[in-house]
Design a protein around this ligand. Sequence first.
Ligand code: DAT
Ligand code: MG
Length: 163
Amino acid sequence: METKTRSESKADQKTNLQRTLVLAKPDAVHRGLVGQIINRFEERGLAMMGLRLLQMDARLAEKLYEPHVGKTFYPPLVEYMTSGPIVAMVWEGVEAISIIRTMLGATNPAQANPGTIRGDFAQRVDRNIVHGSDSPESASREIPIFFEASQLMPGHPAHTTWL
Ligand code: DAT
Ligand code: MG
């Protein structure tokens, strides 16, 4: 597979190529929705740069959700996220962080628009099937929780030239 490093070109700096962490949560895996979730990102032209199936333990969940420690929903959130296997992914694309957040839909699926992943596949805020980093700072903090550098594709896929 050909990969191209385009990061030195001026045009590329303008396009704001970003990487973001997506998790298909335990209910997405259990309900067999992972393929459809991946398909949506592929159709949008985003590029998968890392992929892992794993079961989170409490330590990992605490790292990911450190900003939510102390909130009332935090203990059940950790229980949910550690209850079964998840699929962790890194996706890359132009403005990928906001594109993916928009594609996920509102945190509470009851308020998520139809056409979004949560709006199409979920009902409850405590079973909202996907996670996506909410900012470049969050993506930089969250990706290394799940991926070592050697587990991520280097460079950029050649097809991004056409997007
Ligand atoms: P998001 O996942 O959209 O970034 P968040 O970071 O505010 O949302 O919260 C992290 C997760 O915590 C969210 O996906 C589901 C859960 N959560 C958030 N608010 C909640 C609430 N009011 N009740 C139950 N679970 C909640
Ligand atoms: Mg969040």
